[in-house]
Design a protein around this ligand. Structure first.
Ligand SMILES: Nc1ncnc2c1ncn2[C@@H]1O[C@H](COP(=O)(O)OP(=O)(O)OP(=O)(O)O)[C@@H](O)[C@H]1O
Ligand SMILES: [Mg+2]
Length: 311
């Protein structure tokens, strides 16, 4: 996991490209993913202890799609394990997670503290490596990439919004927002950029450095930066956690619009049922596994589900 993930996108773990997972994505991925999982998909590298049996439950439970459908996934993982420590101190932060994030959809991930939400995001965003299993962005399996290739993929295809905003203190808000584009050598779509900056309400603060901005304004710069390059997928770890409810709602509405109008794919960790209600789907994690999901959530239905999780 890397604090620098938002701006330099350097690999936090040089060993991760050598995670021992196959180098070729399965033929025809991702459309035939459901057919291939979970029965035929063994973890490529056995975790220290015997892996749990494939997740039980209906085919769509946290999984990519019902059998036979042709769903386009911006990112997905298969039989993902992340194991810390061993023996008595072993923690399975991810315990056989298979899930897909459909292109052009807004997904929330919820669950108790320590349930593996951040770990899932970090691994799927290529900022951390799995202990076993595979994770894909588009059809590219991240474990098959060399460090440099992974860095390039993160820069060009993935946007991040983390709670520690990871803004560069010496750069202005404007420069922070365009930094990933600059690093990737890409030309900004000025019209889109103006729209993003306008929407996050920062047009008059663009020349300011992060330490001249409030926490909420810094968070908005981080959101604008993730959206600026229109990446294939944006991962946000409690992206509105530090904002007052009005600013938070504006940002969530904007994220929702980016999904509905511009086909952006967004995955967001949140503890807040109201925030989750902006998304198309909520996944519920407990003890490193997906235990439930909800389509077209409302704040009330999410709240209700959370109260009864683990009953
Ligand atoms: N570097 C690490 N070393 C050992 N254990 C870790 C490490 N990182 C995370 N964990 C453990 O993995 C589990 C999942 O952590 P994770 O950060 O993914 O939880 P989370 O769902 O994001 O929680 P929160 O809501 O508190 O942010 C926890 O039990 C945590 O203690
Ligand atoms: Mg977390």
């Amino acid at each position: 996991m890397s604090d620098s993930g938002n701006f330099d996108f350097e690999s936090p773990d040089p060993a991760q490209a050598a995670a021992g997972v196959p180098t070729q994505p399965p033929a025809g991925m991702p459309n035939d993913l459901p057919a291939g999982m979970p029965a035929t998909a063994e973890p490529a590298m056995a975790p220290p202890a015997a892996p749990a049996a494939p997740t039980a439950g209906p085919p769509s439970l946290g999984g990519p799609a019902p059998l036979g459908s042709t769903v386009d996934f911006a990112a997905y993982c298969r039989n993902a394990f992340k194991i810390y420590g061993e023996g008595d101190t072993e923690v399975r932060a991810l315990n056989d997670v298979t899930v897909g994030f459909e292109t052009g959809k807004f997904t929330s991930i919820m669950g108790p503290s320590g349930s593996g939400k951040s770990t899932l995001m970090q691994c799927m965003a290529g900022l951390d490596s799995l202990s076993a299993g595979q994770t894909y962005v588009g059809s590219v399996e991240l474990g098959s990439l060399k460090d440099k290739e992974l860095t390039m993929l993160r820069r060009s295809q993935i946007g991040f919004i983390f709670q520690a905003f990871n803004l560069i203190p010496t750069l202005s808000a404007q420069e922070n927002i365009t930094l990933p584009l600059d690093l990737a050598g890409a030309t900004p779509d000025q019209q889109w950029l103006d729209q993003v900056i306008q929407t996050v309400g920062l047009a008059d603060r663009m020349g300011h450095r992060p330490n001249e901005l409030s926490g909420g304004q810094q968070q908005r710069v981080a959101v604008a930066r993730a959206l600026a390059s229109r990446p294939d997928i944006i991962f946000g770890d409690e992206p509105t956690g530090n904002l007052d409810s009005k600013t938070g709602a504006e940002i969530l509405e904007f994220m929702q619009r980016a999904v509905r109008e511009f086909h952006q794919t967004i995955v967001m960790v949140t503890h807040d049922p109201v925030s989750a209600s902006y998304s198309d789907r909520v996944l519920f994690l407990a003890d490193g596994a997906i235990v439930d999901e909800m389509i077209n959530p409302t704040a009330d239905s999410v709240f209700d589900k959370m109260r009864h999780l683990g009953d």
